[in-house]
Design a protein around this ligand. Structure first.
Ligand SMILES: *[C@@H]1O[C@H](CO)[C@@H](O)[C@H](O)[C@H]1NC(C)=O
Ligand SMILES: *[C@@H]1O[C@H](CO)[C@@H](O)[C@H](O)[C@H]1NC(C)=O
Ligand SMILES: CC(=O)N[C@H]1CO[C@H](CO)[C@@H](O)[C@@H]1O
Length: 455
């Protein structure tokens, strides 16, 4: 209930401010034009300058149009406000109903009545509609997954596109459009400073203002799989239960067609590499990160050991998101070479009905390490030429950074590191599929942890 009150005050305050603005606009402009008109008309009493009259009429008409526009805008705003408050009320009623149905207490509420907003980051790409269409299409329940688009950048065309989706989605706008101070050497990376500022603001809105417990974050260039929502809903209890997890990601960095098993849509992994690109986090994590949130490059920052604190994410064998490409952003080449080959899952997996308890660390680590280090060692050549006698998983060993990079390149795996962690790695091991056989690119068993010098 508190949540509703606070948001409604916020909206009402915005509304009143807009009203004041409208009055100011109306009266501040009027006297200027009226004075001009008065001078023209009053000068000679009967003498009416035809040219002037034209201008007066014209001005009056413009004034009228301006006022009309403002009224319309206010009416729209009022309507949006009503619709927004209505939808919030429905969510709250639903939550309360769930609690009642479940008898008492938090357990029931967390399980059934959980509301997970989808926060869509938008800026100046009208193609955000593609992402919104899919989110709306696959969303099983609008009350359970409210879609909130946060827009940075003053880009009227994009705002207009998003507004067409209201009230199926809500639009919030990053208010701080001040120029960002960027160190001279990083001028060309200004975009990354803006993104970090936007993320910081929007996540605080979600958690501290709207008071949600979790959020799913997507960017405006993502396609999503049919079981996108099912995936997050099914893994949510895991994220809550296991403090060694800090995110659920829909993304497999090595999820290209030749590197996944198409029959393994239900297979999930833990990873030490923060994947992003469609991911879920809890409020507790934002409470921890918000005070030290960086001014730029937040995704590399979050991957540093000081932030990660040895926590892992869950990621799927087959991605539940795929980027359809950012136009005019520096990673165009990366998209062409890599991102566009990521396979998007098509098969619906009922994750909410699956027992995922073997993904918690205690259950997973033993099982995983045994599976990896009991698998026979093969060379890249043997694997490639199909000279592996047995069925089942195999292991390719790497001993140093160069060997890792070389083998990764040969296999078509990502070969870069962030804070010493290769993409998708868990305890140094990259799991992938090669002709439907599980393969581990793995360090020695006496591995001592990630080396920050690997970059
Ligand atoms: C899930 O599986 C684990 C074993 O992997 C088992 O201990 C647990 O009872 C199962 N949970 C449910 C709800 O079936
Ligand atoms: C977890 O259990 C499922 C069966 O419930 C099994 O298919 C899967 O391989 C197990 N995952 C791991 C990582 O052991
Ligand atoms: C509302 C309106 O018509 N405003 C006009 C007032 O006069 C100035 C200067 O002539 C115009 O620029 C405004 O459009």
């Amino acid at each position: 209930m508190m949540r509703i009150k606070r948001t409604s005050y916020c909206f009402i305050a915005t509304f009143i401010l807009s009203w004041i603005f409208l009055l100011y606009f109306t009266f501040a402009n009027r006297p200027v034009n009226v004075t001009v008109a008065g001078n023209g008309g009053g000068g000679g009493g009967v003498v009416v300058d035809l040219g002037n009259e034209g201008i007066i009429d014209n001005n009056l008409q413009k004034l009228e149009e301006g006022i009309d526009r403002e009224f319309k805008r206010n009416k729209d705003m009022l309507n949006n406000l009503h619709r927004y408050l209505d939808s919030r009320k429905r969510v709250a009623e639903k939550e309360e109903m769930m609690v009642v149905v479940d008898g008492n207490g938090n357990g029931g509420k967390a399980k059934k009545g959980i509301v997970i907003p989808v926060l869509v980051f938008a800026c100046n790409r009208v193609s955000v509609s593609r992402c919104l269409d899919q989110l709306i299409q696959y969303r099983p329940d609008p009350d359970q997954f409210p879609i909130i688009v946060s827009q940075d950048c003053e880009h009227p065309e994009t705002t207009e596109v998003i507004n067409r989706y209201v009230p199926q989605v809500s639009l919030i706008r990053q208010p701080d459009q001040k120029e960002i101070e960027v160190p001279p050497k990083e001028k060309k990376f200004k975009g990354y400073f803006k993104i970090a500022r936007h993320y910081g603001w929007a996540l605080s809105e979600i958690f501290f203002n709207f008071n949600f417990d979790a959020v799913i974050i997507v960017e405006d260039d993502l396609d999503i799989a049919p079981d996108f929502f099912e995936y997050f809903l099914g893994t949510y209890p895991l994220l809550q239960k296991d403090p060694t997890l800090w995110c659920i990601s829909a993304w497999n960095d090595n999820g290209k067609t030749g590197l996944i098993d198409p029959k393994a849509a239900d297979v999930l992994y833990r990873t030490d590499f923060f994947p992003g690109l469609g991911w879920m986090m809890l409020k507790s994590l934002w409470t921890e990160l918000q005070p030290k949130w960086p001014k730029s490059y937040w995704d590399d920052w979050i991957r540093q050991p000081q932030q990660r604190k040895e926590r892992a994410c869950i990621r799927p064998e087959i991605s539940r998101t795929r980027t359809f490409g950012k136009i005019g952003v520096s990673n165009g080449l990366f998209f062409e070479k890599h991102l566009k080959y990521i396979k998007l899952n098509e098969q619906f997996v009922p994750f909410t009905k699956t027992n995922l308890s073997n993904l918690t660390r205690d259950a997973y680590d033993d099982q995983f390490m045994r599976k990896v280090y009991q698998s026979p060692v093969v060379s890249y050549q043997e694997l490639k030429e199909g000279r592996v006698a047995r069925d089942g998983p195999v292991r390719i060993v790497y001993y140093n950074k160069d060997a890792f990079k070389r083998t990764a390149k040969l296999l078509g795996l990502m070969d870069d590191f962030r804070s010493g962690v290769p993409r998708t790695a868990y305890r140094g091991v990259i799991s992938f599929s090669y002709k439907e056989r599980p393969v581990f690119l793995a360090p020695n068993l006496n591995w001592k942890g990630y080396d920050l010098g690997w970059s």
